[in-house]
Design a protein around this ligand. Structure first.
Ligand SMILES: NC(=O)c1ccc[n+]([C@@H]2O[C@H](COP(=O)([O-])OP(=O)(O)OC[C@H]3O[C@@H](n4cnc5c(N)ncnc54)[C@H](O)[C@@H]3O)[C@@H](O)[C@H]2O)c1
Ligand SMILES: [Zn+2]
Length: 371
C-alpha cells in the first residue's frame, strides 16, 4: 500500500519535519525514527496510556527493537482530566529518573491528550529534547499533531499552559483507526469536515467520499494534514491581529459555539469533535442569516456533518448557559469574540461579535438547543 509523506516547513532552522502516513507502519517505526535523525545509541522514552499501549505495545516495541533502539515506557492515566500539571510533573520525574539526555527522544504514542502533554514535557525537559509523534486518533492525526501546539489544561481553562514546539517527525499508521471507538472516530471526522469546509470543495468532497466508505484513507489523511500545515505555516504563532483567509484563527471555524456548548455542559456530555459538529452547523446557519452563503451550502454542510456520525441531542441544554459561556471563549481578542464564518465553501471570514446582531445568536442558540 502506498505511503504518503507531507513535509512541514517551519520558520526556525532545523525544525522542518515530515508526516509519514500509511498502513502497517508501526512495525517499522524504528527505521522511521532513524530517518528522523535518532541514532542507535539514543534512548527512546515512550509516553502513552494503558488503553493504547495494550493494543500497540507489541508492534511498536518490535518496530523500535528491530532497528536496535532501547525503549522505556511511561503510562499516564487515560482522559482529558489528566492533561494537567500534576501528570506533567510525573512525566518529567520519569524522564529525570531514566536520565533521558539531550540526545534522547520522547515519543508520544496516543491521541491528542498524550501528544499535547508529552510534547510539552519534551519541550521543557533539559530546555527541550527531540520529540516524535505517533498519533492514534483521527483528531490527533489531522489536527493536534500538526502545528506544534503543546500543553496542558489549568484550573482556569483548557490548554492555557503550553509552548509551541515542533516534533522531529510524525508517523501515522492508518491501521490504528480500526480500534478507535465509534464516537471518537465521528468526533475526528467532524474536525475533518471543518477543515474541508475551510479548504474548499475538493477536500470536503474527499472527506464525504471517505465517510461513504471510499478506501482512500491515506490520501484523505495526507490532504487533511497538508491543509492544516498550509495554515499553520502561514501563521505559526496565531498572531492576534491577523484577519485574513490564512490566519491560523480560521481553524476556529465551528469552535465558538462548540466551546460554549462544552462549557455549558461542564465538558462531560459531548466529545469535543461532536461539539464542533454542532459548531459547524451553527456557523453555517449564522453565515446564512447574514446572507453570506446560500441554503444549498448550509444543506451540503449539514449533510456531511450528519454522515460523520450521530451527534448526541442538545435538547434540554439551557440556552442561557450556552449564551453566557460565549464570553469565556479563549479566542477572545481585546475583549471581543471573533466568529469564523463562511462566504462560501473554502471562503472563511473572521467577523467580530459586535458586527453580528446579538438577537440572531440568541435565536439560533434557542433553535439548536430545542433539537
Ligand atoms: N495541539 C493542538 O493543536 C490540538 C488541536 C486539537 C486538539 N488538541 C487536544 O487534543 C485532545 C483531544 O485529543 P483526542 O480526541 O485524540 O482524545 P484522546 O487523546 O483523549 O483520545 C480519545 C480516546 O481514545 C483512546 N484511543 C486513542 N487512540 C486509540 C486507538 N487507536 N484505539 C482505541 N482507543 C484509542 C484514548 O485512550 C482515549 O480514551 C484535547 O486535549 C485537545 O485539547 C490539541
Ligand atoms: Zn477542535
Amino acid at each position: 500500500m502506498k505511503t504518503e509523506i507531507v513535509s512541514i516547513k517551519t520558520r526556525r532552522e532545523n525544525s522542518s519535519y515530515d508526516i509519514t502516513i500509511g498502513s502497517g507502519l508501526y512495525r517499522s517505526c524504528g527505521k522511521w525514527a532513524a530517518e528522523c535523525g535518532v541514532n542507535k545509541n539514543d534512548r527512546v522514552a515512550i509516553i502513552s496510556n494503558r488503553t493504547i499501549i495494550s493494543l500497540y505495545v507489541e508492534a511498536v516495541t518490535a518496530g523500535f527493537r528491530a532497528a536496535g533502539f532501547k525503549t522505556s515506557t511511561f503510562l499516564i492515566p487515560d482522559g482529558e482530566k489528566y492533561k494537567n500539571l500534576s501528570t506533567l510533573q510525573k512525566i518529567l520525574d520519569f524522564l529525570g529518573k531514566e536520565r533521558i539526555s539531550r540526545t534522547d527522544v520522547v515519543v508520544a504514542l496516543g491521541g491528542g491528550v498524550v501528544g499535547d502533554i508529552a510534547g510539552f514535557a519534551a519541550s521543557i525537559h533539559l530546555r527541550g529534547i527531540r520529540f516524535l509523534q505517533m498519533p492514534t486518533t483521527l483528531l490527533s492525526m489531522i489536527d493536534s499533531s500538526v502545528g506544534g501546539k503543546t500543553g496542558v489544561n489549568s484550573v482556569y481553562g483548557k490548554n492555557l499552559i503550553g509552548s509551541f514546539y515542533q516534533p522531529a517527525g510524525v508517523l501515522i499508521d492508518t491501521d490504528s483507526l480500526k480500534t478507535l471507538p465509534k464516537r471518537e472516530l465521528a468526533a475526528g471526522f467532524c474536525e475533518a469536515v471543518k477543515q474541508g469546509a475551510l479548504s474548499g470543495q475538493k477536500l470536503l468532497d474527499l472527506t464525504a467520499e471517505v465517510l461513504d466508505g471510499s478506501p482512500q484513507m491515506t490520501q484523505f489523511l495526507a490532504a487533511q494534514v497538508a491543509f492544516k500545515a498550509k495554515v499553520v505555516q502561514a501563521d505559526e504563532r496565531e498572531s492576534t491581529g491577523r484577519m485574513d483567509k490564512l490566519s491560523r484563527k480560521i481553524l476556529n471555524f465551528g469552535h465558538t459555539f462548540a466551546h460554549a456548548l462544552e462549557k455549558a455542559t461542564d465538558y462531560k456530555y459531548l466529545k469535543h469533535g461532536e461539539a464542533v459538529g454542532y459548531g459547524i452547523l451553527f456557523a453555517a446557519a449564522l453565515s446564512k442569516k447574514l446572507e453570506l452563503i446560500s441554503q444549498n451550502e448550509v444543506d451540503l454542510l449539514d449533510d456531511v456533518v450528519r454522515r460523520a456520525g450521530r451527534l448526541p441531542s442538545l435538547s434540554g441544554i439551557d440556552p442561557a448557559r450556552v449564551i453566557d459561556s460565549f464570553k469565556y471563549d479563549k479566542k477572545v481578542v481585546h475583549d471581543s469574540l471573533q466568529w469564523v464564518l463562511l462566504k462560501g465553501i473554502g471562503k472563511p471570514i473572521i467577523v467580530p461579535n459586535n458586527q453580528i446582531p446579538h438577537s440572531e445568536i440568541v435565536k439560533l442558540t434557542k433553535e439548536f438547543t430545542a433539537k
